[in-house]
Design a protein around this ligand. Structure first.
Ligand code: UT7
Length: 331
């Protein structure tokens, strides 16, 4: 029997309706459209406004979109992974709630947390289950309600992040399509530069910490920026080298949408034609775990069977990596 590879066979997405534009942000903090656009490439982000709706709401909607598009029976899904940095609650799996609500009643499920690299690492995990030969339908969802941990008085972070979700289905492939190679890394020395200090187990929330806003995301932008540029470009270059790929061989770069300048620097390192660089940061900002599946969703109609896609991500922790995947279908 031919070797089993793990292919993406469907994509779904969900974005909340409310658009937080640069113009609205200008009325909230000391910033302006020109600064945000030139420094980040972002024009607007989506925000989930309704009280009591968390990341699972986004994840369920994205998964339902995929299920409807593909016409699959959710009971056939065997595993649901929710990649997220903003789980609904502590001590209760967001993935379990999501799986049950989409009708994946025969699946087991778990959350996967690796900050902005959650979905990328989730691709690696999902692929291992498929490659084992024991699983045939693995649903990987990247979902984040970043607005739940952003201080809308802090111009260093509130201009960047948005809410959203994307979902992909992994199935076995016998033509050698799907995930080909991966280079995944982490370095805990990066924690001090990007985190929400209070509200976790080290520093449970206190009224004083909340009053001082220590439960919100803090980012030392410049340090994160430098590390993101260096490391995303580095793993992208190395994964090309070790797979004997030139820039001409690559069909697409799907890079984590954190900052347009970081994405362009990664593309420049491997001299990639800008037309091959997927980009939607202007519409959604940084949606953390959702950026990669949202790119696939927005570009799905342009993707062709056998297209060679390089994924790259960098995020808190630090965590980062690159994955080489061959696309498995024409839309
Ligand atoms: O997804 C996880 C990984 N995260 C990332 O990859 C994000 C990485 N970092 C970045 O994308 C960038 O560092 C930022 C977009 C966050 C900031 O851009 P920057 O070019 O690094 O700006 P900066 O923080 O060095 O600030 C430059 C200037 C400062 O003023 P002075 O000191 O030069 O007078 C800031 O106070 O811009 C000022 N500034 C702003 N001005 C208008 C900072 N934020 C804003 C703002 N609007 N929102």
């Amino acid at each position: 029997m031919s070797k089993i590879t793990a292919a993406i066979t469907g994509v779904g997405a969900y974005l909340p309706e409310y658009k937080l534009t640069n113009q609205i942000l200008e009325t909230m903090v000391d910033t302006n459209d020109e600064w945000i656009t030139t420094r980040t490439g972002i024009k607007e982000r989506r925000i989930l406004k309704e009280d009591g709706k968390g990341t699972s709401y986004l994840a369920i909607k994205a998964a339902q979109d995929l299920i409807d598009k593909k016409g699959i029976d959710p009971k056939d899904i065997e595993l649901v992974i929710v990649a997220t940095a903003t789980p609904d609650m502590k001590a209760a799996s967001t993935a379990a709630f999501t799986a049950t609500n989409i009708g994946a009643t025969n699946a087991f499920s778990f959350d996967l947390e690796a900050a902005c690299s959650s979905f990328l690492f989730g691709m690696s995990v999902a692929a291992r289950y498929i490659e084992s030969g024991k699983y045939k339908n693995v649903l990987l969802i990247g979902a984040d309600k970043n607005s739940s941990m952003i201080n809308y008085k802090d111009r260093a972070t509130c201009i960047i992040f948005g809410d959203g979700a994307g979902a992909v289905l992994f199935e076995p492939n016998h033509e050698g399509l799907g995930l080909q190679d991966e280079l995944l890394r982490s370095n805990g020395e990066g924690r001090e530069f990007l985190h929400a200090q209070y509200g976790g187990s080290s520093y449970p929330s206190t009224p004083e910490a909340i009053a001082e806003g220590k439960h919100f995301v803090f980012q030392e932008g410049k340090t994160v920026f430098k590390n993101a540029v260096f490391n995303m470009a580095d793993v992208t270059e190395r994964i090309l080298e070790r797979n004997n790929l030139t820039n001409d061989d690559i069909s697409w770069l799907a890079a984590h949408q954190a900052n347009k300048r970081i994405i362009e620097a990664t593309a420049n390192r491997v001299s990639l034609d800008p037309a091959k660089v997927m980009m939607n940061i202007h519409k959604y900002g940084n949606t953390t775990s959702a950026t990669l599946p949202l790119l696939l969703h927005d570009y799905e109609s342009q993707l062709k069977k056998d297209d060679k896609i390089i994924f790259a991500a960098f995020g808190g922790g630090f965590t980062w990596g690159s994955i080489y995947l061959k696309w498995a279908y024409n839309s």
